[in-house]
Design a protein around this ligand. Sequence first.
Ligand SMILES: Nc1ncnc2c1ncn2[C@@H]1O[C@H](COP(=O)(O)OP(=O)(O)O)[C@@H](O)[C@H]1O
Ligand SMILES: [Mg+2]
Length: 287
Amino acid sequence: MSIVLETKDLSYIYSKGTSSQVDAIKDVCLKIEKGELVGIIGHTGSGKSTLIQHFNGLLKGTSGTVLLEGKDIWENKKEIKNVRFRVGICFQYPEYQLFEETVYKDIAYGPKNMKLSDEEIDKRVRNVIKFVGLDESYFDKSPFELSGGEKRRVAIAGVMAMEPEVLILDEPCAGLDPKGRDTILNLIREYQKKTGSTLLVVSHSMEDISKIATKVLVMNEAHLAFYDSVDNVFSHADELKSMGLNIPQLTELFIKLRKKGCNVPTNVYTLEKAKSEIIKLLKGGRA
Ligand SMILES: Nc1ncnc2c1ncn2[C@@H]1O[C@H](COP(=O)(O)OP(=O)(O)O)[C@@H](O)[C@H]1O
Ligand SMILES: [Mg+2]
């Protein structure tokens, strides 16, 4: 597997040299392989949003480097615009970034900046609107007429229309009801399946992340705490809890069973796995 994004000893300090200086990320070393769907979790203020803004050069590390396909993104400053097309970020509450007078223009904004032909832009806009579960009747609407969930989908469509190699979504489900959340999670999963591109999804819900991610990255107080498979990360349930993270209910249940003396693993987070572990336990296989 080839590495798409790499950070070497990446640190970032806000308001450096002032009394309000903050070490937002510290010595982050990380290698992200192509095609992964990485869930980024961590307590509020742990450095998630700061970290991802380094991946497309919106922030430049106070020290350390970011490599995209093996190349330092700051090697040539003129290239940074290009990096922003290759690594697309959709911010938390992206609906506040909708500003054009129609949905069509909003989705077309990114591809237009990339100086694609009108024909190509049109093709992409028509594709993504369908992909996010809306249709062309939305094109002439003002983004401000839409529901919260629809606005979010239009904003995500705008970044998808740039067809970035790496798509980063910062808290895409924040503020949505359970149905809206599931719509977005399914959309993310489908997008990854269809395009095979690398996706980074920030969330503070481990439950959501466990449903979609292939790898989990955990930030804790500016440091990278874990970067591993979902299974391996969830096997550190007690440490995750000590970092203030809410682990999935199923995992919680298995930790309780284990504390009561049942011989079950503690990295259970899907119903299938829970079922097979309970059956094993009842058959006396593991006890
Ligand atoms: N623009 C900023 N100016 C100063 N400090 C900031 C700024 N943005 C974030 N921080 C601080 O940096 C740390 C990491 O924040 P952030 O990356 O937003 O974390 P997260 O996304 O995990 O909630 C926090 O202590 C936060 O208060
Ligand atoms: Mg954040």
